[in-house]
Design a binder for this molecule. Structure first.
Ligand SMILES: [Zn+2]
Ligand SMILES: [Zn+2]
Length: 122
């Protein structure tokens, strides 16, 4: 009898780390890792904000109508074409390779500084 009881208890037991992982997943829904379509590197989540461009080559994807909504059906590759000063940081200027629209993203903390300097010289 003692053995059966022990088995029943272990069946209903949910490890705490699984519950935490589930909550974290919901919290960071819009900030997920992805493979960059330009340089093919794996880009990890940004944590403090939604990642909207690749930190290695700075390319982005035309997916938003309003920032973060992912509602744009274009899905073209946004090519970085310049840098613009914005408050105490910078914005990367983009042109969509598909629909040719201009777009801007604020630089992220872990963006490749050498790439930003290179683009600012274009
Ligand atoms: Zn990239
Ligand atoms: Zn586009």
């Amino acid at each position: 009898m003692k053995n059966i009881n022990e088995r029943d208890q272990s069946k209903g037991y949910i490890p705490l780390r699984l519950i935490i992982r589930d909550k974290m997943k919901r919290f960071s829904e819009r900030d997920e890792s992805f493979i960059c379509e330009n340089c093919k590197k794996e880009v990890s989540p940004l944590i403090y904000s939604s990642r909207d461009h690749c930190p290695y080559c700075l390319y982005s994807k035309h997916v938003d109508i309003n920032p973060g909504d992912r509602e744009n059906p274009c899905k073209g590759l946004l090519k970085p074409i310049g840098i613009e000063k914005y408050k105490d940081t910078y914005k990367i200027l983009y042109q969509c390779q598909k629909c040719k629209i201009s777009h801007k993203n604020i630089v992220a903390k872990d963006d490749d500084m050498n790439m930003i300097i290179q683009i600012s010289k274009i």
